[in-house]
Design a protein around this ligand. Structure first.
Ligand SMILES: O=C(O)CCC(=O)C(=O)O
Ligand SMILES: [Fe+2]
Length: 342
């Protein structure tokens, strides 16, 4: 398997190999020209605000989930040093000799640690300009033993982001008119699955003809994302691509397909894509938070009851099977979710 990083470093590339070229897509088309900004959520108001501040931020979360499915979280309490250690550690992992990384060249979706490129090389018609490291970090923890110290950072980072996700899920439950612990209990988040994804997007000589990641939605309930100093993420909002420029030290959070299933479509997953640049390597780190892999998720009865026609919009599906389904079809918008739509 050829990796993008190896390709970029093997010779002076002036153009992109044809298998990476997205035909018929103009990366500059459909970009929002309005100065739109995603909502910002002050996390500290959720955990230590006055009752008034807390109800205000719960309203903000409701608005962000309803209108965007994507928001920026500030004052989350995860130390900047830990975030930097993750970016540095991720970068050092990709800088390991090829044969050391190939130890993790995974074949199967649920291998604890998987190093790869594109999304599903055997299926992707056009390859994506990204290499990845994916690690299942919860409920069982795994991490590569190299680079030195990375495993410790991964463990701490994943614990902290899990705490942030669980607090946000409390706020989301409240914003839906449910009891604060509703989603955490129903989804058994204490044993929930957490997947860490480190994305590496090397510089590209023709950034406008490739995709780092094509338009897609994430499979879990929530994804928490951070990046190095380079932008590239775009969110589809009302049919336009909105480029995202996060504040320093903030997290980006988006609702995934399982949030859409659970809330019976009240909060929808959001389509986003990652673009690349010709200057430097972009790194992003995502943690996907979902229920235990063997739990079957279907729309919450309370939310079906208060929906317009009181009919479940999705059939129940095991989270594990959903992830397998996403891996077995082309990564393309919300096509996976369409398979479970009633
Ligand atoms: O690199 C990014 O900003 C987006 C990554 C992403 O969408 C993903 O890992 O699912
Ligand atoms: Fe994503």
């Amino acid at each position: 398997m050829a990796y993008v990083k190896g390709l970029v470093e093997s010779k002076t590339l002036t153009s992109v190999p044809s298998k990476y070229v997205f035909r018929g897509i103009d990366a500059k088309e459909g970009i929002s020209l309005e100065a739109e900004t995603i909502p910002t959520i002050d996390f500290s108001m959720l955990t230590s605000g006055t009752p008034d501040q807390r109800s205000k931020v719960i309203q903000d979360i409701g608005y962000a989930c309803r209108e965007w499915g994507f928001f920026m979280v500030i004052n989350h309490g995860v130390p900047e040093t830990l975030r930097e250690a993750m970016i540095r550690g991720g970068e050092s992992f990709f800088n390991l000799p090829e044969e050391e990384k190939r130890e993790y060249e995974g074949k199967k979706l649920f291998d604890p640690i998987r190093f790869g490129t594109s999304f599903n090389v055997s299926l992707d018609k056009t390859l994506f300009w990204r290499d990845y490291l994916k690690i299942h970090v919860h409920p069982s923890f795994a991490a590569p033993h190299k680079p030195h110290g990375f495993s410790k950072s991964v463990q701490e980072y994943c614990k902290r982001t899990r705490e942030v996700a669980n607090e946000l899920l409390k706020g989301i439950s409240k914003s839906l008119g449910l009891e604060e612990s509703y989603i955490n209990k129903r989804m058994d988040m204490e044993s929930g699955s957490q997947l860490l994804v480190v994305n590496l997007y090397p510089p590209c000589p023709q950034p406008d003809v490739v995709m780092g990641l094509p338009p897609h939605s994430d499979h879990g309930l929530l994804t928490i994302l951070m990046q190095n100093e380079l932008g590239g993420l775009q969110v589809n909002h009302n049919g336009k691509w909105v480029p995202i420029n996060p504040l320093p030290n903030s997290f980006l959070v988006n609702t995934g397909d399982h949030m859409e299933i659970l809330t019976n479509g009240k909060y929808k997953s959001i389509i986003h894509r990652a673009m690349v640049n010709d200057k430097a390597t972009r790194i992003s780190i995502a943690t996907a938070h979902g229920p235990p892999l063997d739990s079957i998720v279907s729309p919450a009865p309370e939310l079906v009851m208060n929906s317009e026609n009181q009919i479940p919009a999705f059939r129940g599906i095991k989270y594990r099977d959903y992830m397998e389904l996403q891996q077995s079809i082309e990564l393309n918008g919300k096509s996976c979710l369409d398979h479970v739509r009633i």
